[in-house]
Design a protein around this ligand. Sequence first.
Ligand SMILES: [Zn+2]
Length: 346
Amino acid sequence: MSFWRKTERTTLRAEAVEPGRRRFLALGCACCAAVALPALPAGAAVPPAVQRHLNLAKEAAGNDLGAYLRLGNTALTPPAAPQVDLGPLINQPVPPPGQAFDNLFYVGARWVSAWIIRTSDGLILIDALNNDDEAERVIGAGMRRLGLDPAQIRYLVITHGHGDHYGGAGWVKRVASPKIVASDADWTMMATKLEFDAPEWGRPPQRDVAVRDGDRITLGDTAVEVLVTPGHTRGTISLLFTVRQGGQEHRALLWGGTAFNFGAQPDRIERLQGYIDATARLRDIARQRNVDVFISNHAGYDEAITKLAAMPSAGRNPFVIGADTTVRALTVMHECARATMEAWKA
Ligand SMILES: [Zn+2]
């Protein structure tokens, strides 16, 4: 029995009591839902160790990375799977597709992202949205608007095994028959017991290419480095690759799973520690490799849609944030995770 079905039954009971309420789902990728800051119970004090890490996160966020600060909410509430109403998230108006760099395109929805890396030998699609219908309407239509042929997708990379990232894989397979890439751990999850599920999500694809930390996905002139960054799922992968604009090269990091929304699951401490370690490791890599572009698979974090809308008038590319800002973003994520660890261990 899936985690979701248990929650669904609970929620349905709540609906019977309160018929006007919309159905809510416990959702794995509540990464970018516009969730209000939780109110602490009156008189409740935030433990000093928690507050210390939240302060460090706030300091690192400055005035430009506030979107990542909401991760700290997990430190202020008991561990529980987030309750998210999936329909309104999926049914938001589709943003225009856009080109972030000569070789990087956004063809995602408003809530969940899909990126395309263009190589000399075809296209790499990163994530497939919630279901086949959405993939066709958003990825397919967006690609055609940008002059990209969906039949040229050679790889579909699934950043992690939650349905808002693999759900449209059936459409991708139908139009392009690409190799489908995920980590071994998340292939196993997708093939056996899904951590989260929802009726809006397409079914997981059949296991195909399993990648490990340090592997490269090579296509034409492009090599995408795979970094396993566990926590959000056990096998979340992040991607490091070169983007180009006007003869200039930049190093881009796409973080593959941001929220620590594993709720009350028994392995939550281990997963949170994995996330703490992964953010620390990638912060070192970002410094060493001068990673000056940091993007997400939910536009609520990297503000990709806002940045794309600003591109025609902007003097410089808003996606080039500099390595220091990449390090700050990873620090916000890291400190919010450490605050949550202090809260959960207390
Ligand atoms: Zn997820």
